[in-house]
Design a protein around this ligand. Structure first.
Ligand SMILES: *[C@@H]1O[C@H](CO)[C@@H](O)[C@H](O)[C@H]1NC(C)=O
Ligand SMILES: *[C@@H]1O[C@H](CO)[C@@H](O)[C@H](O)[C@H]1NC(C)=O
Ligand SMILES: *[C@@H]1O[C@H](CO)[C@@H](O)[C@H](O)[C@H]1NC(C)=O
Ligand SMILES: *[C@@H]1O[C@H](CO)[C@@H](O)[C@H](O)[C@H]1NC(C)=O
Length: 388
């Protein structure tokens, strides 16, 4: 998920939007200006990589992948989305009333290592849990800052900064997980602590479709059993930014492109979101190359759809072009099977298509990432992909 805005604290999850401040682009949320020196990742290799199994939140389409971390002493299990679109850790707590009743709540009074920082903040996301566009501040979390011991894949770090969710908007109620663990391009939280203890400064995601299963996060390493062939790496566009972004010089659809699609754009990679967001002009240029029958679904601004009966007949191969570290072009390819994300609730014979228009943002999520094994190399400021 991608924060639109964060008031007071830096929070996390699905690309956040804005809370009380004016809507900002994600570029305003950069929190650190420096790439960690390379030696930092080589200094000590005291910790071995660890793997966390992930479950798939599936609602007609694969939405998000989540797994367990544990927090506190003695440890309480907390399930979180591992979200490359955001930077902080937050999860439901017993301070959250009935708004969090569908989530397992962390009870800070039961942890001897819990330290309340007594500051509050809120975070509003620009991409939500499902495939529906975010409207206003309908994806908003209210938070209270704290520190506690956090364990991920058996690797523990003390005094990790985190946020207890004290209130949340109704849109979060369907989540089968309790929170969000930001996995941004600058090490923070448990990940920064573990890299200081000698864990290599990278993590990998294997985000499989529900039908395949076995999704996993590997922290500090790469699970070479999950792909054949080699990884292709591309440099993070803005080295030192916390937002994972690659520059795309071109998009092609069914082998064709247009002048609009040949414009260079910075694409955010957000594992906490399933859909794709492009500005309206790009969105409509892509759809025009698939079918003139794909139309804006006006009751949900930003979404598009087409008769579900037409979906199986439509080739809709989207190649998002990038450039690897040696200057060679490569594509991340979204197959036709991703075109539909399921029927609209208000029009069950119309299927929503995978791109939502969102002016000012280019962002891809699960619908791209589930076709690749991905390596998020924080230390070297690059992302690697291998087809799966
Ligand atoms: C998380 O842990 C619970 C037990 O506390 C277990 O039932 C669940 O399957 C685990 N989830 C994942 C994704 O591993
Ligand atoms: C937490 O989850 C792990 C594995 O997912 C499980 O072995 C353990 O029993 C769980 N602990 C609690 C308190 O549920
Ligand atoms: C790698 O290729 C072999 C031989 O084609 C195949 O059996 C195996 O399933 C592949 N593994 C992965 C992870 O794709
Ligand atoms: C990327 O996709 C486009 C459109 O299908 C194709 O023309 C181009 O050759 C592909 N590039 C690579 C490096 O495969």
């Amino acid at each position: 998920m991608h924060p639109l805005s964060i008031s007071l604290l830096l929070a996390s999850g699905c690309l956040p939007l804005v809370s009380s401040e004016p809507v900002a682009t994600p570029h305003t949320i950069r929190i650190q200006s420096r790439v960690a020196p390379k030696e930092a990742t080589l200094r000590r290799r005291a910790l071995s990589p660890a793997t966390v199994p992930l479950a798939d939140f599936f609602l007609g389409t694969d939405l998000q992948w989540f797994g367990n971390i544990s927090v506190g002493t003695p440890p309480q299990n907390v399930s979180v989305v591992f979200d490359t679109g955001s930077s902080t850790l937050e999860f439901a707590s017993t301070l959250c009333g009935s708004a969090c009743d569908n989530q397992v709540k962390f009870d800070s009074t039961k942890s001897s290592t819990f330290v309340d920082k007594k500051t509050t903040s809120s975070i509003t996301f620009s991409t939500g849990v499902g495939v529906d566009p975010v409207i206003g501040s309908n994806y908003k979390l209210t938070l209270r800052a704290a520190t506690d011991t956090v364990t991920v894949g058996g690797l523990s770090a003390p005094k990790v900064a985190l946020n207890l969710i004290t209130s949340q908007t109704a849109k979060f109620a369907i989540d089968p997980f309790s929170g969000i663990q930001g996995m941004s391009a600058q090490a923070q939280g448990f990940f920064a602590a573990l890299t200081k203890q000698g864990l290599p400064s990278l993590f990998s995601l294997y985000l499989t479709p529900q039908a395949i299963g076995g999704a996993e996060l590997t922290i500090g390493g790469i699970d070479n059993t999950k792909f054949n062939g080699s990884l292709t790496y591309a440099d993070q566009s803005d080295q030192g930014s916390s937002t994972w972004t690659l520059t795309s010089p071109k998009i092609s659809v069914n082998g064709k492109t247009t002048s609009t699609l040949k414009q260079s754009r910075d694409v955010i990679f957000d594992s906490g979101t399933s859909n794709i967001l492009f500005d309206t002009e790009t969105t409509e240029a892509i759809y025009a190359l698939i079918s003139s029958k794909i139309k804006a679904h006006t009751s949900e601004p930003g979404t598009y759809g087409i008769a579900c009966s037409l979906i199986p007949t439509l080739p809709a191969v989207i190649d998002i072009g990038f450039t690897d570290q040696s200057g060679k072009p490569f594509n991340l390819t979204i197959p036709s099977s991703e075109l539909s994300v399921g029927p609209f609730a208000d029009s069950p014979s119309t299927c929503q298509t995978l791109i939502n228009a969102f002016d000012g943002l280019s962002l891809v999520g699960g619908s791209v990432l589930k076709h690749y094994y991905s390596v998020w190399d924080v230390g070297a400021q690059r992302i690697g992909f291998a087809a799966i």
